[in-house]
Design a binder for this molecule. Structure first.
Ligand code: 4AD
Ligand code: MG
Length: 449
């Protein structure tokens, strides 16, 4: 390993001589001083090269360096409030490594398609860098939350013999002599087996939806975290979801304030927004949400405000569309949990409320001015009811025999939910589009790089 210090540790190294290794992010000059912005992966640091303080080779090296060229710098650390990151290096020596010619991403503005086409390089720029560090912090916090509470990490398979969330969005592949296999849409069904074996588990992995959807909130490959708990009902599920969101967002606020400041140009807007999530969530029955929406759209339509061509007015019994979710949450500061959706629009595995048989014991957590980030439910634990559901959804019983066994042998009430990681990253970072929330997005029109 080549000896070096990291920019993120400079706060502990003030007045000491350090060696940093990295790439040239940017540079400028003023008379006989050269200012090099070094990028080392952990941050940016201004390196000050003064003609009268270095030998000729080092001074010339500073002039030769082009964007993304590699260099090693040695010098003394000083605190400053004038340069990015708050620390700068007074250079005594520079060594130049590989020289980068005509780096495709210059400090000028590029279009999003161009940047996506160069995603493998764009990752080095400050916005993707900050966004993916927020994502990293969330992932770490997700695992800590569950481990600290005694959940077992339970990895569900990616190649599966059946649908979990409806047959229309399955990616299909051949599987030797066994017929077709499908990329997992959700680890939940396997998670239910795990909950019966370990009491409480979480599945965390990539999931796939072959949706021909071009919205800003859909990826065809995304990461979902799915806790599943034995002896938990819908109420417990909502409490868990709320505690979970509070915990992981708090961790981002603790660990990634600098990154949020990069993303909102230091305005503090993103921190203020994320803090809203730390207030108690509003809970409402689907019927109440439906009433709010009726009134909302009545008023909107009466006001003569023009609605987008894709707008379709909500009718009682429908699932909510994107516009409805935004409308519902716009009335509140904190997220809203809607529960008791019509069973007819929800997945086959959800339990119905014995007191309202047309409603599923389902809940979605909707984020302010955004919409669904979590979907969950109490599961059908009665064998005969579940058999009926499979039939209604025209799903073949034979493929689900293992899942039905969970109802034949020691069935108990249980519940869980799924949180879409990229949706949460998108919301926290206020991204235009979900494709920026994952290193290499897979969308309808993009599988490269
Ligand atoms: O609501 P969904 O489809 O629920 C399930 O898959 C359940 N099996 C979860 C469970 O109960 N264990 O998906 C859950 C979450 C959504 O709320 C959303 O955040 C995210 O996954 N999601 C997507 N994110 C990005 N792109 C897509 N195409 C997504 N589809 C769902
Ligand atoms: Mg959903």
């Amino acid at each position: 390993m080549l000896q070096r210090e990291y920019i993120q540790d400079l706060k502990n190294l003030v007045d000491q001589e350090v060696t940093l290794r990295g790439w040239l992010y940017n540079k400028r000059s003023s008379g006989k001083i050269r200012f090099l912005i070094l990028r080392d992966g952990t941050g940016l640091c201004q390196c000050v090269v003064m003609k009268n303080a270095v030998d000729e080779a080092t001074y010339n090296a500073a002039d030769e360096l082009t964007q993304e060229s590699v260099f090693t710098v040695t010098g003394k650390v000083q605190a400053t409030d004038k340069a990015i990151g708050g620390y700068e290096i007074f250079v005594s020596k520079i060594e130049v490594g590989q020289k980068s010619e005509e780096y495709p991403i210059t400090p000028k503005e590029h279009g999003i398609e161009y940047l996506m086409e160069h995603r493998h390089l764009w990752l080095r720029s400050s916005r993707p860098w900050a966004t993916l560090r927020v994502r990293d912090s969330l992932i770490h916090a997700i695992r800590d939350f569950f481990h600290d509470r005694g959940f077992i990490c339970f990895d569900a398979p990616i190649l599966t013999p059946n649908a979990a969330e409806g047959t229309s969005t399955l990616f299909e592949t051949d599987y030797f002599d066994e017929g077709k296999a499908y990329l997992s849409q959700s680890g939940q069904l396997y998670g239910e087996a795990g909950a019966m074996a370990f009491g409480k588990i979480y599945v965390f992995g990539p999931t796939f939806r072959a949706e021909r959807s071009k919205t800003k909130r859909h990826l065809n490959e995304f990461w979902m975290v799915e806790p599943e708990v034995a002896f938990m009902d819908l109420e417990g599920d909502m409490e868990l979801a709320e505690d979970f969101v509070h915990y992981i967002v708090t961790r981002v606020l603790e660990e990634r304030k600098n990154e949020l400041a990069i993303l909102d140009d230091g305005s503090g807007r993103l921190v203020a927004r994320a803090e809203k999530v730390l207030k108690p969530f509003h809970r409402m029955h689907y019927d109440e949400a439906a009433k709010i929406l009726d009134k909302y759209w009545d008023e909107k339509l009466a006001s003569g405000e023009e609605l987008p061509p894709t707008f379709k007015r909500f009718q009682y019994g429908d699932d909510f569309g994107a516009y409805d979710e935004v409308a519902l949450t716009s009335q509140y500061d904190a997220p809203v949990i809607v529960h008791h959706y019509p069973a007819a629009v929800k997945a086959f595995y959800m339990k119905r409320d014995p007191n309202e048989p047309d409603k599923a014991l389902a809940m979605d957590v909707l984020f302010p001015e955004f919409g669904e980030i979590i979907g969950g439910s109490q599961r059908e634990d009665d064998l005969n009811e579940l058999l009926k559901r499979l039939e209604e959804h025209q799903l073949p019983q034979s493929i689900f025999e293992w899942f039905l066994d969970l109802r034949r042998f020691g069935s108990v009430p249980h519940a869980g939910f799924g949180l879409g990681l990229e949706r949460l990253v998108m919301w926290i970072c206020e991204l235009e589009h979900i494709r920026e929330a994952i290193p290499f997005p897979r969308t309808l029109t993009r599988i490269w790089p």
